[in-house]
Design a protein around this ligand. Sequence first.
Ligand code: UD1
Ligand code: UDP
Length: 389
Amino acid sequence: MKKIMPIYGTRPEAIKMAPIVKALQEAPDFECIVTVTGQHREMLDQVNELFGIVPDHDLNIIQPRQTLNSVMSKIIAGLDSVLEETQPDAIVVQGDTTTSTAGAIAAFNRGIPVVHAEAGLRSFNIHSPFPEEANRKITSQISSLHLAPTSVSKSNLLRETVNEADIYITGNTVIDALLDVVELEVPFSDPRLASLSEGVASGEKLVLITTHRRENQGNAMRGVGRAIARLARMHPDVQFLLPVHKNPVVREAVLPELEGLENILVTEPMPYGEFTHAIHLANVVLTDSGGVQEEAPGLGKPVLVMRENTERPEAVEAGTVRLIGTDEERIVHDVNELLTDQAAYAKMANAVNPYGDGKAGVRTVSAIAELLGVGERLSEFDDGLKRDH
Ligand code: UD1
Ligand code: UDP
């Protein structure tokens, strides 16, 4: 029995790691030991609860207004004793957060193979997203197995001279998670949201908004707040829904701009099932999130991304995602266009799914089995492994 340790700490990692945890728990050759860093707290626990995951180790490192260096140093120190105690045969990290890179470094320094899920995404700008572009490049340097979601991300890794035999195209596990929950149309727990479905059913439009990116905090995010407020005044018959990130820096920037507007609904971070239900109901998604850029296109929702670049070009090329930056005028113009111009809307509202088929979790486990030379290769999941799809 090989011990595999998924390590994660933030909301998006928890969502994207859940299908891997599930597949590991179901695989006969593996013992799955879940370690969370607690880089996030409420937003992490919310996801583990939904997927029924009870961590074996919890470093609980979160601090209000934490700095990158405090997060990274606490995680490396905390993980070192967990790794010494448990001696896993491999660890799995996901994506590009500080938890993910700190986890990779802690394992690498102990000679433990690092498996990197969602490998090979690149914006080609080391300052944006910050610090994520640097994080994922560092992790790629020290990983033994690179699980690329698409052929674009595989090409990025090959260009950086990663050995082709160590790269598998799995799809992105976010699609596994999304398909698991979206069909459920989970009812909203916030009573203020109860009327949302009825409003949408009777023709009301909904704009769903999220923002949190570190490089957007401050002036840019205040501008985002002003743009939302202007749009809400221009369209009193449209609902604007903002489940706001727990980060106080985000709240201080964006919330003061939104006060007193009845058609803007600000909520706490929504449980994942409810949030996917809200994407399903939305007409337009305005976001700077990575994961939301991957989910909404699959549901055919036009996504306006408040960033200058993206490491996820696939849905941009397909036309469902558009990069618009954080300029207040541009945000107002582009959202307004999608609310008022049917032809412009129809052009973007295509369901495309470049990020997977919902089997990335089991492909991940099959790739780990091959790395460690255990068990039967899962023949039904061979399709897609090591090949473009
Ligand atoms: C982190 C990741 C980012 C990811 C984002 C997902 C890094 C450097 N950044 O950014 O890549 O896109 O998560 O949301 O790894 N807080 C709480 N409770 C929570 C979560 C956050 O109170 O459950 C507050 C705390 O005050 C914390 C602050 O938010 O200090 C910032 O959290 P942090 O993880 O440092 O940064 P994020 O912006 O969330
Ligand atoms: N999400 C959620 N509730 C919310 C907002 C987002 O469950 O209120 C989910 C969303 O569906 C996606 C993930 O959180 O899967 C994205 O997280 P975030 O935007 O915080 O991080 P990023 O993807 O940018 O790293």
